[in-house]
Write a protein that binds this ligand. Structure first.
Ligand code: FAD
Length: 575
């Protein structure tokens, strides 16, 4: 058995920022980060457009309160306002701190950090490093792990969370290199495992975003909050779904349909292309449904619309959004200086997740905490995004709540002993699980089942939803869950057996997908990213509440808990 004072699962922005904070608060603590990828390959590295903070460098009228209001309005009033207040108030400080850690932000001519407009934000407050912001921040944080002597277990896959009598005691992990299985125990454990975009067939997320942390928590009997709220980003490059950053619209690009119209005038006239993502994704989907989408030959009636940068000119495109230009050039052969890019909505972000308080402590129920378990970043739901996240608030959440959670853990472990864990049973069970996968003589290949599952989720729980379509979806998912018992692995070896990892990830995808669909069925209203064709109105009387989904093999139970409303009374959401 291996042991550390604190173990963090996930080497993205949230996990790394927490680790750095622990080292600052108490350098004598023994901290480890476990990641199934190299930390630098966490999805955070792909973040493009920027990170929000009311620095007032470009817009002296901005304030933390304006940032908080935009965030709460963007969330369709489902965000917890105490958590949003912390997010907006601490934002300027965490940005300056990142700069002191060495992050190279883009600059104004006078040397201060530059800030650009972003969807749903009423002021220019998004700080950025061209359109490679995640790359700039994550590299510095990972450098700081090394500088602070944090132990990194890279390319280890965490298979399960050990929770006994309401206390998190450790983890079971699998070494991708050679198949070794090890138990780790710690005084505090943090989940920072990121999102689940791979539950859907078209996503901007990396291959590792399979919701493992969420599935681990759910399978340990813990609730998942607000899982029905899936963000579909308006501009996934067609057909791959790879993200074209919102920064491109922030810098002035247009969305146009097959008639050549800037159709956002009909949906959000005051914000146009910079309306929040839920509204823009619905508008694009409606345009495509109405036959005003575009085909590859430029004719009407196709599956995408255009993102048009041509009026911005080569110099601005190449200096402000060079990566977006490169993506379109490399992946679909389009030079955005002369031609518009084909785009449509793509699964992008998880508003829901593992419920926590504002110190990152995980909730065991609507009113109880788990001893020794913490979470932050995209896998957590604190909840600052409610029913719809504003762009550039997620990196901010990772840094603000990563820092707070790190500080809370450093304090929590003070004076505590390592928990007692009986390791044999857990190791035996994990070995059986892996051997069971290798020994199966089933008929289904992993990639076949995964594709079926992702297609079912996209078809039955996409941008628009309704009772019948979701009910059919749930039946399909149950069938696929049974077929998972009959998967077949070609690779029977232990060395770099990526098929084993894919099989374990598919299990996470199945658990998370079922939770999303069940939570979506239960919420009979439209709010933020959750858009029900059979219940088109928001219903505050019944549903101004967070959902809590409890997973079990027998099915999923849904209950609700109140939203913290401390500053802004809910209003109709118009742009
Ligand atoms: C293309 C793209 C662009 C984006 N652009 C922006 C932007 O400009 N601004 C913004 O605010 N947000 C943006 N976002 C969202 C934002 O990047 C993410 O929400 C955020 O980076 C998530 O960070 P994280 O630390 O929670 O998780 P991640 O960075 O996803 O890291 C997860 C970590 O967990 C590890 N892990 C997962 N499962 C296991 C397991 N079973 N065992 C061991 N390790 C495991 C992974 O290896 C990884 O290290 C973007 C997202 C995408 C996909």
């Amino acid at each position: 058995m291996l042991e550390h004072d604190i173990i963090i699962v996930g080497g993205g922005l949230a996990g790394c920022r927490a680790a750095v904070e622990i080292a600052r608060k108490n350098p004598s603590l023994d901290v480890a980060v476990v990641a199934k990828t190299h930390p630098i390959r966490s999805h955070s590295v792909a973040a493009q457009g920027g990170i929000a903070a009311s620095l007032q460098n470009v817009d002296p009228e901005d304030s933390w309160k304006a940032h908080a209001f935009d965030t709460v309005k963007g969330s369709d009033y489902l965000a917890d306002q105490d958590a949003v207040e912390i997010l907006a108030k601490e934002a300027p400080d965490v940005i300056i701190d990142l700069e002191h850690l060495g992050v190279l932000f883009s600059r104004l001519p006078d040397g201060r950090i530059a800030q650009r407009p972003f969807g749903g934000h009423s002021h220019n407050r998004t700080c950025y490093a061209a359109d490679k912001t995640g790359h700039a921040i994550l590299h510095e944080l990972v450098n700081n792990l090394q500088r602070n002597g944090v132990k990194v277990y890279q390319e280890w896959y965490v298979m399960r969370l050990i929770l006994e009598e309401g206390q998190a005691k450790g983890l079971v992990m699998y070494h991708i290199l050679d198949g070794e299985i090890v138990l780790l125990r710690a005084k505090a454990i943090m989940l920072a495992t990121g999102g689940y975009g791979r539950v859907f067939n078209t996503t901007s997320n990396d291959y590792a975003s399979t919701g493992d942390g969420l599935a681990m928590a759910a399978m340990a009997g813990l609730p998942l909050q607000d899982m029905e709220f899936v963000q579909f980003h308006p501009t996934g490059l067609y057909p791959a779904g790879v993200l074209i950053s919102e920064a491109v619209r922030g810098e002035g690009a247009y969305l146009i349909n097959s008639d050549g119209d800037r159709f956002m005038a009909n949906y959000a006239p005051s914000r146009m292309e910079l309306a929040p993502r839920d509204i823009t994704s619905r508008a694009i989907t409606l345009e495509i449904r109405a036959g005003r989408g575009i085909n590859m030959d430029g004719s009407a009636g196709g599956p995408f619309i255009y993102l048009d940068l041509r009026h911005m000119g080569r110099e601005k495109i190449m200096s402000k959004v060079p990566f977006a230009w490169e993506e379109a050039h490399r992946l679909v052969g389009i030079d955005a200086v002369n031609k518009p890019m084909p785009v449509r909505p793509t699964a992008h972000y998880s508003m829901g997740g593992i419920p926590t308080n504002t110190d990152g402590r995980v909730l065991a129920s609507a009113d109880g905490l788990v001893d020794g378990l913490f979470a932050a970043g995209e896998c957590a739901c604190v909840s600052v995004h409610g029913a719809n996240r504003l762009g550039s608030n997620s990196l901010l959440e990772c840094v603000v709540y990563g820092r707070r959670t790190g500080a809370a853990m450093a304090e929590f472990v003070e004076g505590r002993k390592l928990p007692d864990v009986e390791e044999d049973g857990y190791l035996e069970e994990a070995r059986k699980q892996i051997q069971g996968l290798l020994d199966r003589s089933g008929e289904y290949r992993i990639d076949f089942l995964r594709q079926q599952f992702q297609d079912a989720m996209t078809e039955h729980c996409g941008v628009f939803r309704s009772q019948d379509v979701m009910q059919q979806g749930l039946e399909k998912l149950e069938q696929l869950q049974e077929q998972y018992q009959q998967v077949y692995l070609d690779d029977k070896g232990k060395s770099w057996n990526t098929e084993i990892i894919e099989a374990l990830e598919l299990r996470s995808i199945i658990v998370v997908g079922e939770t999303i669909l069940s939570s979506a069925l239960s919420r009979q209203e439209s709010r933020g990213a959750h858009s029900r064709e059979d219940f088109p109105q928001r219903n505050d009387e019944r549903f101004l509440q967070h959902s809590l989904a409890y997973y079990s093999l027998a099915g999923i139970d849904i209950s609700y808990r109140p939203v913290a409303i401390t500053m802004f009374e809910p209003q109709e959401r118009k742009y």
